[in-house]
Design a protein. Sequence first.
Length: 266
Amino acid sequence: KANRKFHPDNTVISLPTGQKIGDGSLALIAGPCSVESEDQICEIAESVKRSGAMFLRGGAFKPRTSPYAFQGMKAEGLELLSKAKKKTGLPIVTEIMSIEHLPLFEDVDIIQVGARNMQNFELLRQLGKTRKPILLKRGLANTIEELLMSAEYIMAEGNEQVILCERGIRTYETMTRNTLDISAVPVIKKLSHLPVIVDPSHASGINWLIEPLAIAAAAIGADGLIIEVHNDPSHALCDGAQSITPVQFDALAAKVKKLSETVRAL
Ligand code: PEP
Ligand code: MN
């Protein structure tokens, strides 16, 4: 179902509130790695909205490497995301880790499946029974074919609203957190009609690398970007080193918007 052979036209994800992903424009999704407080999420939401973000990201259920690290605000985090959505009108993108939590996701607009759950086939199947768009991130060490097969798990259950995300893969390189597989964007677009977005934050792990990678993604034809923005990166509870400030996001957003318009006109 994800294969372009049987579905030549690009899939466009349309929210009831009008936002689109895959329509030829560059969709900007921005916000903190994790929701930390009402002030934090609302302040970031308002600033990224002013800079042109169309969606707010923020983790409430966090898949951390260590069980002793901050695990997210969970249900309370989802409530704070709803407050930020009410204030700004920005639709919410947030990660689900267990299908048991689905009833809490009613006000969530796009449900994210994180890299670590890309092959949690039962979770994918259950999300396939929902009617919300699913943002499926590529696994840490998964091939493009495996990513597309995971999309099939969701689509086979009837939910064809899937957005794919290249977020860097594990290689022998240690200078960056992961290695952004930039060629994944045109390769996936050749094989599939689903929209493809890029996450330069998790791909690099380094704040000053976010802008050049975002520019590369916009230039190669990505349908969107998901970027971690924090109002106080040095005190972030998660992923501060790769978080950019609202001011940095504002500059980045202006550049990638202009660039994507130029690329579209080529
Ligand atoms: C995230 O988006 O905060 C996240 C945990 O990403 P990934 O699953 O790509 O590591
Ligand atoms: Mn993160």
